[in-house]
Write a protein that binds this ligand. Structure first.
Ligand SMILES: [Zn+2]
Length: 249
């Protein structure tokens, strides 16, 4: 790039550098400036989805993403603060989520923790944005293109390829209030506590002898009991509880 060309400089923190192209993965970024692009547009041109960017400042003064910088400006982009505040409606004590088609395992784990989590394995991008906006759900995805959609009210990039890592990332980011064992992992319905006599026909005799407390999904009728999958789910719940306690501290 010609050094005499008008340019804007960006400071990109380490947390956001993985979004940059591998060859440009460093803090200081210089972009040739045409005088018309907004800060938000330039941040996305660098590869960082705007929902991942925290507060933006120029020389320490807050700057909105819609602002046009001046040539020579140094724009500092902070990482999204953790825990990230999410606007909640009255009576709501944790964010609601919507997951894209590739995050089915993560969806079941969030439901296991009692988080209201919508997931369908056949929704295209425009439909995801519509549902996220209408139901005020945080859209969780690993698709940066989806996070660039202007109409999306609130989205977040999920870090990690293993479901354990993905869950840890979401819990660390939002530190949501958990209510384990209160939601159907299959359909997101609310579980209602039922007595043994009500579910005798649906559960094997061996299970009936071993467990006393059951939940039945109010939407799909699936019956749950704790211990159904050995200690694996208990472990997920315990780890999640610790992660949220540490993130919220
Ligand atoms: Zn259900």
């Amino acid at each position: 790039m010609d050094d005499n060309q008008p340019a804007v400089h960006f400071e990109i923190p380490e947390e956001l550098q993985p979004f940059l192209p591998a060859a440009r993965r460093r803090a200081r970024q210089r972009i040739a400036y045409d005088g018309t692009s907004t800060i938000g547009h330039l941040v996305e041109a660098l590869g960082v989805p705007l929902p991942e960017a925290g507060p933006i400042t120029i020389d320490g003064a807050p700057a909105e993403p819609s602002r046009r910088p001046a040539a020579g400006d140094v724009v500092q982009v902070a990482p999204m603060p953790r825990p990230q505040p999410v606007p909640l409606e009255p009576g709501q004590d944790a964010p609601r989520f919507l997951l894209d088609v590739h995050l089915g395992t993560l969806a079941r784990r969030l439901r296991l923790l009692g988080l209201d989590t919508a997931y369908h394995n056949d929704m295209d991008d425009p439909a995801l944005v519509v549902q996220a906006n209408e139901e005020r759900r945080v859209l969780l995805t690993q698709d940066r293109g989806l996070l660039r959609r202007r109409a999306l009210w609130l989205g977040a990039y999920v870090r990690g390829s293993r479901p354990d890592d993905q869950l840890g990332d979401v819990l660390d980011r939002f530190a949501p209030a958990l209510r384990p064992w209160t939601r159907c992992t299959a359909c997101n319905g609310v579980l209602v506590t039922v007595g043994k006599e009500e579910i005798e026909a649906q559960v094997q005799a061996g299970t009936l002898r071993s467990y006393d407390v059951y939940g039945r999904c109010a939407d799909c009728g699936q019956v749950y009991w704790r211990g159904a999958h050995g200690g694996h789910l208990e472990e997920i719940v315990e780890r999640a509880t610790r992660t949220v306690a540490a993130a919220g501290a």
